[in-house]
Structures are given as C-alpha cells and as structure tokens.
Design a binder for this molecule. Structure first.
Ligand code: ATP
Ligand code: MG
Length: 329
C-alpha cells in the first residue's frame, strides 16, 4: 500500500503564514510522494463558538486557499470533514477508549481552556476526533507542527489500544513527519508564542491575504535581537531564527544558504528582502485564491472529494463497528 497522509487546517480563523509554513507549503511538497487526503476540519472549528455565517465563509475560503497554494485535486483528495459522517462516528467510538486523564494532559486543551470550565466539552474531546480523522484512512504518516505532536501520540495510542482490545489489526499507528521547514513559526512580536489563527494580536501574524504594504509594515515591527547577525539558533536567537524559518519557507532556500547570503550584513537588508520573498509568493497566491473563490468548480471539487473520502472510510468504520460487536446487517 502506498504511504498515505491525512492533514488539515481548521476554519477557526483566517489563515496566516504559520498555517502556510506548517501545513499548506508542506502539503504541496508531500503530495508528490504520498497518497494524500487533505481536509478542512470544520467539526474541529466549532469546539470554540463560531458564528454560522463566518464558519461557512471561512470553510470555503480555506478550500480556495488549498487550491491556490497548489493542491492538485486530480492527485489528492480534498474535502470537508462535516461532509463525511464517518469522522464523527469513529470519533465517538474512540471516545469510549480514551480516558479523561490522558485528555486532561493535552497542552492545547490546557492552553485553550485557560483553566476555565465554561469551555465546550468538545474542546476536551477534540484530540479523539483528530485521532479518528487519521485512523479512518489507515494513514501511515501525518505531517505535524510542533503543537500537534502530542495529539498524534494520542492517535497512535488509541490505534494500538483498539487493535489490542478487540483483537484486530485494523488501525495503523501513523508516524509523524516532523522537522520540515516551516513546522515552527512563531509570533512576530513574541517568538515564544506560536503564530496562531486565534491570536487576537494582529501584529503577531502575517495573514495570507494581507496587502504588500501591510506585510512590509508588520515585518518592520517584528522583534529581533541586539546581536546583528543572521543566524539560525532557536536556543539563543529565537526571534531571528523565526524570521530565517519564514524566509526559508517562502524562498525555498535552505537555512544555510540564507545564513551565507546575509553573512556580514545587518538585519535591515535581511528584513527587507524577507518581505520581498514573502510578497513574491503571496501576491500570485492571492490572485489564484480570488479565481477559485468565485468559481462553482470549487464546490464540485469538494463534493467529489467527499465522495472519494467516504468510499475509503466506509469499510474501515464498518470493520471497527463489527469488531466492537455492533450489528452488521
Ligand atoms: P488555532 O489557533 O485555532 O488552533 P492554528 O493556527 O493552530 O489555529 P490549526 O488549524 O490548528 O491552526 O493547525 C493547522 C496546521 O497548521 C497544523 O498542522 C498545525 O501544526 C499547523 N500550524 C498552525 N500554526 C502553525 C505555526 N505557527 N507554525 C507551524 N505550523 C503551524
Ligand atoms: Mg491549532
């Protein structure tokens, strides 16, 4: 069987270059070598309240951005999670195997709930739905940003636990694909906090749809350090390393090539050329986005993708239910 990937970006906010580096740009490379299922986890987005009209707009927006970034619907399956009910169904079944203690240890839950008990119970169980997302397709690999490693580990545990408890060899424990460039893009104002869709501070993020002027302004404000040397070293120079990482994602150059290029030059030419490479990629991407968003072809691709995904998921879900003792007539 071919190596297979499942991954997605939640429509929980407008996309920024963190999601581009950690997901979209990697998807484009990975679709060359893997059998890929790219989806939009709209069911995950509602773990925090989303106004329905906003959810609808953002979901379609992200689909258009996937295509604008270069996902080839002829090669990869592109679909919305809510259109393939097997995700929610397997998610529920796996919840019966996941225990409160392990879910309570998830750092994203701790961060996002911030100690409050008024958050939705789905925010707590969302890593189990994520496990269902990947196990349903017998995925072999999952590209993950740093922030998702713990959730993938849970998916691996649940796969093994299910197989063991029900005496089947159904689910695969997928391997993480880590360390790809772009897997760690931090806020421009604070390199200790990840650049996130849900961060309300607009200066911390460059949005994929920002105008060139705004991009230039945001990078001009980005924090650096006082050393004045362009060097990739997350330990002692997180802010500059973050900018080098962004440069690498958008230019296609390696970190070493970037360090060499700016050897003996200060931050000002580095920052200004960083802006150029980002704009050079984003402007044509924005143009392609505008073409896709207005096109009924987008809806056709999503519909067909959901049919292909559902056909793949159905026998796996049926086997899981059979193994658990549900009637199969
Ligand atoms: P939210 O704040 O709502 O969780 P998010 O920005 O974290 O949104 P997700 O939809 O949760 O985005 O993540 C989609 C993918 O993008 C995941 O694989 C995640 O690891 C990756 N990703 C998100 N933000 C970053 C980032 N700053 N750097 C690298 N990868 C990222
Ligand atoms: Mg996230």
């Amino acid at each position: 069987m071919a190596n297979r990937i499942v991954s997605g970006i939640k429509p929980s906010g407008d996309l920024n270059i963190g999601g581009y580096g950690g997901a979209l740009s990697q998807f484009i490379q990975l679709q060359q070598d893997y059998d890929c299922f790219f989806f939009i986890p709209d069911l995950h987005a509602i773990t925090v309240p989303q106004p329905p009209d906003v959810l609808q707009r953002r979901t379609r927006d992200i689909a258009a951005l996937y295509l604008a970034a270069g996902i080839d619907p002829g090669k990869s399956v592109l679909f919305l999670q809510s259109q393939v009910p097997a995700h929610a169904e397997l998610g529920y079944l796996l919840q019966t195997l996941a225990v409160m203690g392990e879910l309570g240890r998830m750092t994203q839950y701790k961060d996002k709930s911030d100690g409050k008990s008024s958050v939705s119970s789905a925010l707590f169980t969302y890593p189990v739905l994520m496990a269902a997302d990947v196990l349903l397709y017998r995925t072999t690999h999952v590209p993950v940003g740093d922030d998702q490693l713990q959730h993938l580990e849970l998916a691996r545990d649940l796969a093994r636990r299910f197989n063991q408890r029900f005496g089947v060899e159904l689910f695969l424990a997928p391997e993480p694909i880590i360390g790809m460039i772009g897997s760690r893009i931090m806020g421009l104002d604070d390199p200790s906090a990840k650049m996130s869709k849900s961060n309300p501070n607009t200066n911390s993020c460059v949005m994929l749809m920002d105008s060139p002027e705004l991009i230039r302004r945001k990078f001009a404000k980005a924090v650096t350090d006082s050393e004045g040397i362009v060097r990739y070293d997350w330990e002692s120079k997180p802010a500059v390393s973050n900018l080098v990482e962004i440069y690498a994602v958008f230019s296609g150059l390696s970190v070493e090539e970037i360090e060499r290029r700016y050897d003996g030059k200060g931050y000002s030419s580095f920052k200004s050329e960083l802006v150029d490479v980002v704009i050079e990629k984003l402007v044509p991407l924005q143009a392609r986005y505008h073409e896709w968003i207005g096109s009924p072809e987008l809806d056709r691709i999503l519909k067909e993708g959901a049919q292909r995904a559902a056909a793949e998921a159905a026998p796996v879900l049926a086997e899981a239910k059979r193994a658990m003792g549900f009637a199969s007539f």
